[in-house]
Design a protein around this ligand. Structure first.
Ligand SMILES: Cc1cc2nc3c(=O)[nH]c(=O)nc-3n(C[C@H](O)[C@H](O)[C@H](O)COP(=O)(O)O)c2cc1C
Length: 193
């Protein structure tokens, strides 16, 4: 008997229809890393908002995508100012992150209980308490109804030195992902093959 014939077929799992509407996903089959996106208001002050529709899209040049509602201050600031910073919080900031999205505008970084740090290459500031920062210049946008995808070219990146020196950088970073309303999952450590 061949090896293939000896292998038992996996038990058939029943597939059921599932909504394509992310808003009602439970459970969420696709993760979106929680970030804090900072932009500049017209008067030069900062704006902060949590965004999880964020992902790398292109290696060379380094381009990420950010999904945002067109009515959001973040979208208006990116359209006017042309840049933004994707700040990477650790899970210990989860409560502050969630609280920040309900703060009224103007919503500078300090209103969220966080500290502004000038960026290296763009006008939008970084957030000191976050562990890594991707400074982006908006290259293109794609509009879908009331939402927009910004394609941002990363022009500078920075990270806490501790992340590079920790035995497990991921245990230091504690990246976390939006799962569903008021629910997130945390990367506590790296698993290596
Ligand atoms: C964890 C989390 C992730 C979010 N992700 C997004 C997102 O990716 N895109 C979006 O448009 N809104 C997202 N929101 C909602 C916005 O943060 C919220 O509407 C915010 O008030 C918008 O702020 P702004 O007008 O300053 O941009 C998210 C909210 C939370 C709590």
């Amino acid at each position: 008997m061949s090896a293939a014939k000896q292998t038992a077929a996996p038990a058939a799992k029943q597939k059921v229809a599932f909504s394509a509407d992310k808003i009602v996903w439970h459970p969420s089959p696709l993760l979106g890393q929680v970030t804090l996106v900072t932009t500049c208001n017209a008067d030069g002050s900062s704006n902060v908002a949590p965004k999880s529709l964020v992902s790398m899209m292109v290696f060379h040049p380094p381009v990420l995508a950010l999904g945002c509602n067109l009515t959001h201050v973040t979208a208006q600031n990116i359209r006017r100012g042309g840049d933004f910073v994707v700040n990477i919080p650790g899970a210990e900031l989860a409560e502050k992150v969630w609280a920040s999205h309900e703060l009224p505008h103007p919503r500078p970084i300090e209103a969220a209980g966080l500290t502004a740090l000038p960026a290296e290459q763009v006008k939008s500031p970084r957030i000191a308490e976050c562990k890594a920062h991707l400074e982006c210049v908006c290259e293109r946008e794609l509009v879908f109804g009331e939402e927009v995808i910004f394609l941002g070219r990363i022009v500078a990146a920075s990270i806490d030195r501790e992340a590079l020196e920790a035995p497990d950088p991921y245990a230091y970073l504690r990246l976390f992902a939006f799962l569903e309303e008021k629910t997130y999952g945390v990367v506590e450590r790296a698993e290596r093959l």
